[in-house]
Design a protein around this ligand. Sequence first.
Ligand code: UD1
Ligand code: MG
Length: 452
Amino acid sequence: RPLLDPVPPLPALYTSVGFSIFAFLSTVYLVLALGQTFVKAGLKGGDLLKPYRHEIPIPESMGLVCASVYILLLMLFIPFAFSNFIMNFASQKHHLEGISVVEFPHHQLSVYLSSLLSLLIATMLGFLDDVFDIRWRHKLPIPIIASIPLLMVYYAERGNTHVVVPLPLRFMFGTVVNLGPLYYIYMALLSTFSTNSINILAGINGSEVSQALIIAISVILNDLLYLPWPMDFRIPLHLLGNKAEVEFGGVWSAGMAHGSRELVERHLFSLYFMMPLVAVCLGFMYHNWYPARAFPGDTLCYVTGMAFAVVGIQAHFSKTLLLFFIPQIFNFVMSCPQLFGLVPCPRHRVPRYDPDTNLLYPSTTEFPKPPSRITNVTLRTMAALGLTELALHPSTGAIQTATNLTILNFLLVRLGPMNEKRLVQVLMCSQVAGSVLAFVVRYGLAGLVYDG
Ligand code: UD1
Ligand code: MG
């Protein structure tokens, strides 16, 4: 019996582009229009790295506007994402011809709805963090719990929990290992990592939103590789080699050359979530660029971070996604001594601003009493690697100060003082370089390490 399998709704992609343009314009307008309302509600902060930091209040948590526009538009888009099925149901023609119509994809709907649920919780958490400054130990577990709906949906479709073992390690583990529950723990941790890692790489104008923007664009580029392009386009992509298609279980050897239907659908889903995200980020960046007229607050960091976790998990490319977070991973690993209490962590680790030269210098953390042995070893190792700069007591040689352990201070230590705008541009370049590296590793080097 012939089965009519509706093609993935490519026209919905155009609708999504239209929605994104609308999202961009709304964000540009609303952030401007609502700024003073936020200030009146007490959602404001001084721009730490400006001479006017105490005089002019900047509206804070404006990421709430981005999150609202983003989530509302995603909800409005639901019928369009399923338009091909709606059309099919609507037309009786197929029934008359004796062709059975494929069932409504309830599974895809649950993918969509659980994603919205996670985004909503991330927004709520981010906003609460802005208002109440939640403690670390309280805010870490929340994204983990927020990821349970995603993991359940992943489980429901028997998502892949296997990883392909790189060639040199195969004599120990075999070709493929099933990580089972460990894989679920990894995905849950991914959501807490992606939300918090953007938040701790922050404090200079444009830093948070530019990270989100570049990661979202990288995800979109990756998604485009999987769409059913005309054959001429697909052949060169195939030549890139897709031997290490590790994310897709059964179809990994088929990979993108086949453009398997499931694969296309997953990456379409990812595009539906990433295109409006790029739009709201661009719209917000217009106001957050140096000198900032609006601050993103933790809300933007959380909602963008969760959006990445959502597409990484739901579209089954969480490992590729992690590759787009190279600067954040670097910043997180570097921050660990401060985050976990080995080294004192001031409330703000942003660089130090010098009003006379208008330049930023690395900020420091002080040791009122000589640090413990383990702290000593850690900091001296990091200093030897060029990650931090220490000031030693002239006679005893004990560490007195160390530059704060963030990628921003690291860049200033290595490249010398620069102004805030230049620093955010350097940060953006490192994010782009990270994404280029990610593509090389994913599609180039993977062929050397895996044989498919
Ligand atoms: C995180 C960082 C903290 C950094 C802060 C800056 C860790 C563990 N925490 O804390 O070191 O100082 O972000 O966002 O790494 N601000 C600016 N310019 C900007 C953006 C923010 O001056 O472009 C200032 C404003 O005063 C704003 C405040 O940062 O009010 C927001 O800080 P918040 O997001 O609450 O800090 P955390 O996320 O807790
Ligand atoms: Mg923050």
